[in-house]
Design a protein around this ligand. Structure first.
Ligand SMILES: Cc1ncc(COP(=O)(O)O)c(C=O)c1O
Length: 392
């Protein structure tokens, strides 16, 4: 029997990290344990109140059956209350919020509700891969707009061809931005809202990192408009709950309604006891402040080390990432390999591998490496000490 993957699956391509994995295996074979800044998965646990709420919820709801597709009313209410406290935006939990299984599920499935074959989806590069994969699986066409240092890592809306604008149904934005760590100013949100409204393009704002900031508080796009706008939020980074798989979408009730219809046909919602844990997390800000302090400490240690080694200052304003410019004339892969030398043993991600090329063949991630600030403060200090000694 011939088993052939679909064209969609074939389009995904090979696993890009094999080359880095090989170098890491070589280090381990020599008895060297590398310090891993590769994957953006927090290593600290969620706060005790979250674990307690999960435990209680599991017992209390032992015979509760399937969860609600769109989130329990009390979870949607907690999300609305948090959103109002944090951004000053009132949302109707009945019509303007739906739960997601982490934000990845919402992002990947979102295009199914709005994109027809041949429609464009405008997507930042570098950007979170499910923006592109979800588009391809919905038979849309990704149009990648580069995020460049010279533009403050904001997309140049004027450079998007008229033909793409005409056929685009959806545009993804992501601020605070992964991986560059920049926060978007209010003017940008206003400009992108106007851009979408004039052309009937839904603006989907991935706000997974709004709570990991180091100076000013990032805005939500919903502070500036609701019509034609939807936000994707997540508990993953705010409360170190990546393993819980819980988030929500919110915004224009017409968009949320269509998304609910898609979702009802794809999955059966987030486990209710996990929503209980998320309610506990949303009700507490102390642990988030603690989380921010720790990420800030690690950010400062690493940024100082790169500066001491003679590299450009790439201090992020937010997120758990550093988007570090490589030494002159070095590709991102070459720099990643340099950092994997026996006496440094620091795992990072080549920027070129987490960025899609634009229509004119530019890879805006080339010349950068990404560090996820997930090792402990102590490990981060150890890594920084070695990076300071780099001979560039
Ligand atoms: C920009 C961005 N958005 C969304 C997510 C998805 O997070 P989750 O599905 O855990 O909510 C990630 C995960 O790393 C991310 O980097």
């Amino acid at each position: 029997m011939n088993i052939v993957p679909s064209k969609r699956v074939q389009s995904i391509g090979a696993y890009a990290f094999a080359e880095v994995d090989k170098e890491v295996s070589k280090l381990r074979a020599k008895g060297i344990e590398p310090i891993d800044f590769g994957v953006g998965d927090p290593t600290s646990p969620p706060p005790d109140i979250v674990i307690e709420a999960l435990r209680e919820g599991a017992v209390r709801r032992a015979t509760a059956g399937y969860p609600s597709y769109i989130g329990a009313p009390e979870y949607r209410r907690a999300a609305a209350d948090w959103f109002e406290r944090r951004f000053g935006v009132k949302l109707d939990p009945e019509t303007e919020i739906a739960s997601t299984i982490g934000s990845k599920e919402g992002i990947f499935n979102f295009a199914e509700g709005f994109v027809n074959p041949g429609d464009y989806v405008i997507i930042p590069t570098p950007g979170y891969p499910p923006y592109t994969r979800g588009t391809i699986f919905a038979e849309g066409i990704p149009y990648h707009v580069p995020l460049l240092r010279e533009n403050g890592f904001l997309p140049d809306l004027d450079a998007i061809p008229a033909e793409v604008c005409r056929k685009a149904r959806l545009m993804w934005i992501n601020y605070p931005n992964s991986p560059s760590g920049v926060i978007a100013p209010p003017e940008f949100f206003k400009r992108v809202i106007e851009f979408g409204r004039k052309r009937d393009i839904i603006i989907a704002s991935d706000e997974a990192y709004t709570e990991i900031y180091f100076k000013e508080k990032p805005h939500s796009i919903l502070e500036f408009a609701r019509e034609g706008v939807v936000v994707v939020q997540s508990l993953s980074k705010r409360s170190a709950m990546t393993c819980y798989r819980v988030g929500f979408v919110c915004g224009d009730a017409r968009i949320v309604d269509i998304f609910k219809k898609v979702k009802t046909n794809i999955d059966s919602g987030t486990a209710t006891f996990i929503q209980d844990a998320a309610i506990a997390a949303l009700g507490d800000e102390g642990h988030v402040e603690q989380m921010r302090r720790e990420y800030r400490a690690k950010r400062d240690i690493m940024v100082d080390a790169f500066k001491a080694a003679g590299l450009e200052d790439c201090t992020p304003e937010a997120t758990i990432y550093i988007w570090q410019k490589c030494p002159e004339r070095m590709t991102s892969l070459e720099f990643v390999k340099m950092l994997l030398a026996d006496d440094i043993a620091v795992v990072t991600t080549p920027g070129a591998w987490i960025s899609d090329k634009t229509a004119d063949g530019l890879n805006p991630g080339e010349g950068y490496v990404r560090l996820a600030l997930v090792p402990t403060v102590e490990e981060t200090r150890k890594a920084a000490g070695r990076i300071r000694l780099l001979k560039l």
